[in-house]
Design a protein around this ligand. Structure first.
Ligand code: PLP
Length: 451
C-alpha cells in the first residue's frame, strides 16, 4: 500500500514534481525547493514524512474547525457510503442527509434564513449566488439589476464566477476576468490605505464608496453587494467599527441584496456561528463551505433569506451541480455540526480561547517588525513594517518580507501564511490555551529570526 508504506521524502518530492500541478503555485520554483509532505494529523498537529510535528496555525485552509483526527466524521462517511453513497436531488427526489443538513443550517442561521442551495465548495457556491441574484431580480421584473458590487482584494473563489467576484488583480489577469456586471470598491484596510485619516473616518469613507458606486452605476442596475464579514485571504483585514453599520444602511436604502461570504467566517471562526452576527449585519444570502464540514469532505452552499427564497421558488432555477447535496458530504457535515454544537466549541472560542489568543496576539505588536496586530475570534493578522510610526512598507518588492517570515515559521514548525507583508493565522477552533502558547512562542521566534 503506497499510501501507508511510502518511500523516503526525496522520492515523494520527485514524484510530486513529475506529476502534480499545485494550486496557486509556481511549479518549477516549488519543485526546486521540494514541498513538505504532510502525512497525518491529530488535533492541531500535522506530521510530515520526516516525522516532524508542525502546529497548524491555519487549520489547513481556514477549514479544519473541529481539529484533525475526529473518527466520528470518518464513521459518518462510512455509514452513509454503505447506506446510500450517492443520489441527486435534481429530478423529483430528495434524500435524508440533504434535507436534515438543510434543516440544521436553518436552525443555526439567523431567524429569517431558512433555505439552502448546496454546492461542492465556496467558489461554486458563489457562482450559484451570481445566478441566484440575477434570477431573483429577473423574477421580480427588474432584470436590469445585474451588477454585483464587490471589493478590491476580496477573495470569493477560483472559478470564473468566484474569481470575477473576487478583487484579486493577479487572478483577473489570468483568464480575462472579471466577467461583465461586476464592479469594485476599495477595501477597508486602514493600515495600508488609511493615510492620515482616523480609522473611524476611514471606515466611513470606504463604506460610502458603496453609495457612490451605486449612484455611478445607477441604483436600478445594481443587484447585490458581496463581502466577507472579515476579509480572510486578503490578509485578515478587520474593518474599523464604523464600516459595517454604514454598509448595512446603504444596502437597505437602495434595496440591494447583501451577500455575506461566510466561507471562512462561518461555523465559529469569529466566535459566533456566523461572521455576520459578529459584525452585526443582516445578509440576504450567506455563502458557506470550509468549516461546514471542517474540511473533512468538500461541501458548500448558499443559505438564503425567506424573502429571496419566496421569489426563487416561483420559477425553475436552472442551476445545480452533480454533487449538490452529496449524501456523504451532508452526513459528514451534520456530524461536524453536532460536534461543534455539543462540545460547545463556538462558545469556548468566544469565551475562553479567543480572548486568551487576543491578549497574546496583540502583545506581538511590541515586536520591532510588527505594526498593527488585528484579531477577531480565531482569525488574526500582523502587518510587518520597518517603521511602525509611519506605517512604512519594506523597500523590497511587496511580499518579500512576508515570504521570509513565512519560511522562518515553516522552519520552526508552525504554519502561518503570508499575504503580501501581512502574516496571518486561523487555527483550528479546538486549539487549547497551552497550544496557543506554543503557537505564539514559535511565531515570536520566527519574527526574531527575521529581524
Ligand atoms: N469565499 C471565501 C471567503 C474564501 O475564503 C474561499 C476560499 O478560501 C472561497 C470563497 C472559495 O472556496 P473554495 O476554495 O471552497 O472554492
Amino acid at each position: 500500500n503506497i499510501l501507508a508504506n511510502y518511500p523516503p521524502t526525496e522520492e515523494l518530492q520527485a514524484l510530486d514534481a513529475a506529476y502534480h500541478l499545485h494550486p496557486f503555485t509556481h511549479a518549477n520554483a516549488l519543485a526546486a525547493k521540494g514541498p513538505r509532505v504532510i502525512t497525518s494529523a491529530k488535533g492541531v498537529w500535522l506530521k510530515d514524512s520526516d516525522g516532524e510535528e508542525i502546529i497548524d496555525g491555519m487549520a489547513g485552509l481556514w477549514c479544519v474547525n473541529i481539529g484533525y483526527g475526529r473518527d466520528e466524521l470518518a464513521e459518518a462517511a462510512a455509514r452513509q457510503m454503505k447506506e446510500l453513497p450517492y443520489y441527486n436531488t435534481f429530478f423529483q427526489t430528495t434524500h435524508v442527509p440533504a434535507l436534515m443538513l438543510a434543516k440544521k443550517l436553518a436552525e443555526l442561521a439567523p431567524d429569517n434564513m431558512n433555505q439552502v442551495f448546496f454546492a461542492s465548495g465556496g467558489s461554486d457556491a458563489n457562482d450559484t449566488n451570481i445566478r441566484l441574484v440575477r434570477t431573483y431580480w429577473a423574477e421580480k421584473g427588474q432584470p436590469e439589476r445585474e451588477v454585483i458590487i464587490s471589493r478590491w482584494n476580496a477573495y470569493h473563489g477560483s472559478t470564473i464566477g468566484g474569481a470575477s467576484l473576487g478583487g484579486m488583480k493577479g487572478m483577473h489577469g489570468q483568464g480575462s476576468l472579471p466577467i461583465p456586471g461586476i464592479a469594485f470598491i476599495d477595501q477597508p484596510n486602514w493600515w495600508a490605505e488609511g493615510g492620515d485619516m482616523t480609522p473611524e473616518a476611514f471606515g466611513l469613507e470606504r463604506a460610502r464608496q458603496l453609495e457612490n458606486k451605486i449612484k455611478e452605476i445607477g441604483p436600478d442596475k445594481v443587484g447585490a453587494f458581496i463581502a466577507e464579514p472579515i476579509q480572510g485571504a486578503g490578509g485578515v483585514i478587520v474593518p474599523p467599527d464604523t464600516y459595517w453599520p454604514e454598509i448595512q444602511r446603504i444596502v437597505k436604502k437602495y434595496g440591494i441584496l447583501l451577500i455575506a461570504d461566510e466561507v471562512i467566517c462561518g461555523f465559529g471562526r469569529t466566535g459566533n456561528w456566523f461572521g455576520s452576527q459578529t459584525v452585526g449585519i443582516e445578509p440576504d444570502i450567506m455563502t458557506i463551505a470550509k468549516g461546514l464540514s471542517s474540511g473533512y469532505i468538500p461541501i458548500g452552499g448558499s443559505i438564503v433569506s425567506d424573502a429571496v427564497a419566496a421569489i426563487l421558488r416561483e420559477t425553475e432555477f436552472n442551476h445545480g451541480y452533480t454533487y449538490s447535496g452529496h449524501p456523504v458530504a451532508c452526513a459528514v457535515a451534520l456530524e461536524n455540526l453536532r460536534i461543534l454544537e455539543e462540545e460547545g466549541m463556538v462558545d469556548n472560542v468566544r469565551d475562553v480561547t479567543a480572548p486568551y489568543l487576543r491578549e497574546k496576539w496583540e502583545a506581538l505588536a511590541d515586536h520591532p517588525l510588527v505594526g498593527e496586530a488585528k484579531i477577531v475570534g480565531m482569525m488574526a493578522s500582523i502587518a510587518l513594517t520597518p517603521d511602525k510610526s509611519t506605517r512604512a512598507v519594506f523597500a523590497a518588492e511587496a511580499g518579500t518580507a512576508g515570504f521570509i517570515c513565512r519560511d522562518r515559521c515553516f522552519a520552526n514548525n508552525i504554519i502561518m501564511r503570508s499575504v503580501g507583508d501581512r502574516m496571518i493565522i486561523s487555527p483550528p477552533l479546538s486549539i487549547t490555551c497551552d497550544e496557543i502558547d506554543i503557537l505564539i512562542a514559535r511565531a515570536r521566534k520566527s519574527l526574531d529570526e527575521c529581524y
